[in-house]
Design a protein around this ligand. Structure first.
Ligand code: V55
Ligand code: FE
Length: 491
């Protein structure tokens, strides 16, 4: 018998859904631009079975992939499990076999040594393949049209690290997929790997290096010549895992670091430049670029931990004010003998889930969008927020004009990560739309909203009603029909 626990993570808007679906021609209020031709993929964590240990964090749910196929002003919806090795083992057993997030000591003996990945963090398209990603495991390959799972890949044996990030980047100049792994020699190891993969999916080279201390290495950045890694003190140890504490804990006694890694075959750990800074929380990356010998890295940064479910290692109470993230620029000049990076705040909006027009990845860019918390707006229902706040506003920065825009979703809704859709593959930066899931917390329903990307303050130009409730989601991406659906016709 399956009975989910009556706890906040599994009740209300967070009630398990577990729905695989196929719905044609969703109901639309407003007008979908007929030029939108492609697919929006996104992923949500969703437990297949009640958690082994009674309660769990959202980050430990199994991956459920949603896809929205846009064509001729209509939208079709499909949703399928990412059938990881974990999902298949548990499905066969009819119950959870794996325990706590990133803690193999809590697993059933029969699954010892199996890949623990949930593929619940990102749905990314490269070379006509869909990669469902979780940073503690290799990349799971899925069919981007049928959403059938093909299985984990080690890139024909060329990937020697054990893990593949959930935040790869496509270099718009070379078409290469740039990615990395951490805990690359196993749980809690300080070893990292940088990977570069060709447009057709061949792993071109790896660079092995070590971080100063084990840390959650969730995202990274690229410029034309470098891969950039921020290291922040979201750390762990075998003592924590043996004690059954949450995998990660935040250690404010440790500094933060910036690593500048040359993107070239044959580069080694000795070629890396390291910079130090005050302890901070740096999670997702907006973008980075280089100008001469200078490197710029833009990302939301908080002065302290922003994840209450990964608490302070000395049990300091969670501080939502210190945990508020603001878009910040880190700058270094490679021609100087600096030991620290410079920091500058770019926006006073409390923002996370930063996104840009991905065609500007690694280049100087103008527009960025974020999920913003606007504490000045009224909230009538709580829920769906990772930080204890409600993610109630879509924000946009125009770094060239120095202006910002905001759109508030109302007192009974919250929002998920926005994704930029170019009007056409060669349209100007920012010329296109934003697609974004909106959680209707009162009616326990979900809409997909479409905005004119540089006119978000005007509100959505179309609202697509999704006939199943989507849960708290992580990341998603747009694939233009020319990069994907040409395969559909060929098949
Ligand atoms: C994050 C999310 C994860 C994870 C580690 O947003 C870091 C950060 C959804 O899973 O495992
Ligand atoms: Fe992420």
């Amino acid at each position: 018998m399956t009975t989910f626990p009556e706890v906040p993570a599994f009740t209300g808007f967070n009630t398990p859904s577990r729905v695989e679906a196929e719905v044609h021609d969703l109901n639309v209020v407003g007008t979908i631009p007929p030029e939108m031709n492609g697919t929006f993929f996104r992923v949500q964590p969703e437990h297949q079975f009640p958690p082994k240990l009674g309660d769990d964090i959202a980050f430990n749910g199994d991956g459920m992939i949603s896809m929205f196929r846009f064509q001729d002003g209509k939208v079709d919806f499909r949703q399928r499990w990412a059938k990881t090795d974990k999902w298949k083992l548990e499905n066969a057993a009819g119950r959870a076999l794996f325990g706590a997030y990133r803690n193999p000591l809590t697993d059933d003996a029969e699954v010892k040594g199996k890949i623990r990945g949930t593929a619940n963090t990102n749905a990314f398209i490269h070379g006509g393949k869909l990669y469902a990603l979780k940073e503690d495991s290799p990349a799971l390959v899925m069919d981007p049209i049928t959403l059938e799972t093909q299985g984990y890949t080690d890139f024909d044996g060329k990937m020697t690290g054990e893990t593949f990030s959930a935040h790869p980047k496509t270099d718009p100049v070379t078409g290469n997929l740039c990615s990395f792994g951490y805990a690359s020699k196993g749980v809690l190891t300080r070893d990292m790997t940088y990977y570069e993969i060709s447009p057709s999916g061949e792993l071109l080279y790896e660079i092995w290096f070590e971080v100063p201390y084990y840390a959650m290495m969730h995202d990274f950045a690229i410029t034309a010549d470098y891969a950039l890694f921020s290291v922040m003190p979201m750390t762990s140890s075998w003592e924590r895992l043996k004690a059954g504490k949450p995998h990660f804990g935040f250690d404010t006694s440790l500094p933060s670091y910036l690593a500048v890694v040359p993107r070239k075959p044959g580069a080694t750990a000795a070629d890396i430049r390291w910079y130090k800074g005050d302890t901070c929380f740096a999670g997702h990356v907006m973008n980075a670029w280089q100008e001469g010998t200078k490197i710029f890295l833009d990302m939301p940064v908080a002065s302290n931990n922003m994840m209450p479910f990964f608490p302070d290692i000395n049990d300091a109470p969670f501080d939502p004010v210190a945990g508020s993230t603001f878009l910040t620029r880190w700058t270094v000049d490679l021609s100087q003998n600096e030991e620290t990076y410079q920091t500058e705040r770019l926006s006073d909006m409390i923002g996370e889930f930063p996104r840009l027009d991905d065609r500007m990845t690694g280049k100087k860019y103008r527009y960025g969008w974020m999920v913003v918390i606007d504490p000045s707006q009224p909230v009538e229902l709580k829920g769906g927020s990772a930080g204890g706040w409600v993610m109630n506003t879509l924000g946009m920065v125009d770094l060239e004009a120095g202006t910002e825009q905001k759109w508030w979703c109302g007192p009974t809704s919250s929002i998920q990560e926005p994704c930029f859709v170019p009007r056409s593959p060669d349209a100007a930066e920012g010329d296109g739309w934003i697609v974004m899931v909106c959680n209707r917390l009162e009616t326990h329903s979900s809409d997909l909203l479409i905005f004119d990307a540089t006119q978000i303050a005007k509100g959505p130009i179309a609202t697509i009603n999704i006939p199943v409730r989507l849960r708290f989601g992580l990341h998603g991406n747009w694939a233009d029909a020319s990069s994907l659906h040409s395969l559909e016709l060929a098949a």
